[in-house]
Ligand binder design. Structure first.
Ligand code: FE
Length: 189
C-alpha cells in the first residue's frame, strides 16, 4: 500500500493545481511543517497525504477545473481508510471544512488564503455560518483538523528544500492498520 501511495504521489505530484509549487512539494512541505511543529505521527501522515484525493480521482480534478467541487478531501480520506486509522483520515476528511471554519471565526484568515484556496472556497460553500462553526468545533479531531489546515496554508513556499517522500516510509508503515492486504479475504477470514 505504501508503494501504491508513493506511486500515485510521484505520478501526479508534478502538477501544480493552481498554486506556485507542485503538489509533491506541497505535500512534503506540509509534512515538514507538521514535524517542526512537534505534531504526532498521525498528524504528520495526515499532512503528507491530505490532498491524495486530488490524485486518485483525475475525473474529480477535471471537474474542479470546471467549477465543480469533487470533494477531494472525502475521496482521499476514504482511500486512506483502507490502511490508516481515523486519527490520520479524519483530519484529512475535515481539512476543507476547517478552512470554511477558520474563514468564519478568524477575521484575517480568509484574506491570507492563496488564490487557489480562495477560488476553491467558493466552490466548497464559502465560510461556515455561526451554527455550522459551533457544530464543527465539537467534532472529534477538530484540533488536528485545524492544525492540518494551517500546515496546508503554510506549505506553499517556493524554493524550500525539505525531506523527501522516502523519509516518511517508516512513519507510515508504523501507522498502517492494514498492512497492504487489499485483496478480499478468503473464507478462512
Ligand atoms: Fe493542501
Amino acid at each position: 500500500m505504501i508503494d501504491v501511495i508513493f506511486n500515485i504521489i510521484n505520478k501526479f505530484g508534478r502538477l501544480t493545481y493552481g498554486e506556485d509549487i507542485t503538489q509533491i512539494e506541497h505535500a512534503l512541505q506540509c509534512a515538514q511543517i507538521a514535524r517542526e511543529d512537534g505534531a504526532a505521527d498521525t498528524l504528520i501522515a495526515a499532512a503528507l497525504l491530505h490532498d491524495i484525493g486530488q490524485f486518485i480521482d483525475d475525473a474529480g480534478h477535471a471537474a474542479e477545473q470546471h467549477g465543480i467541487d469533487a470533494r477531494h478531501e472525502v475521496i482521499g480520506a476514504t482511500f486512506l481508510a483502507r490502511s490508516f486509522p481515523e486519527s490520520v483520515t479524519e483530519p484529512v476528511r475535515m481539512h476543507v471544512e476547517a478552512k470554511r471554519y477558520l474563514c468564519a471565526v478568524e477575521p484575517y484568515y480568509r484574506a491570507a488564503l492563496s488564490r487557489a484556496s480562495e477560488l476553491s472556497l467558493q466552490l466548497q460553500g464559502g465560510p461556515m455560518s455561526a451554527d455550522e462553526a459551533n457544530v464543527f468545533a465539537q467534532s472529534p479531531y477538530f484540533d488536528d483538523a485545524i492544525k492540518l489546515r494551517r500546515y496546508d496554508d503554510t506549505g506553499k513556499q517556493s524554493d524550500w528544500a525539505v525531506a523527501d517522500l522516502e523519509f516518511y516510509r517508516p512513519l507510515l508503515e508504523k501507522l498502517m492498520t492494514n498492512h497492504g492486504a487489499d485483496a478480499p479475504k478468503g473464507p478462512q477470514g
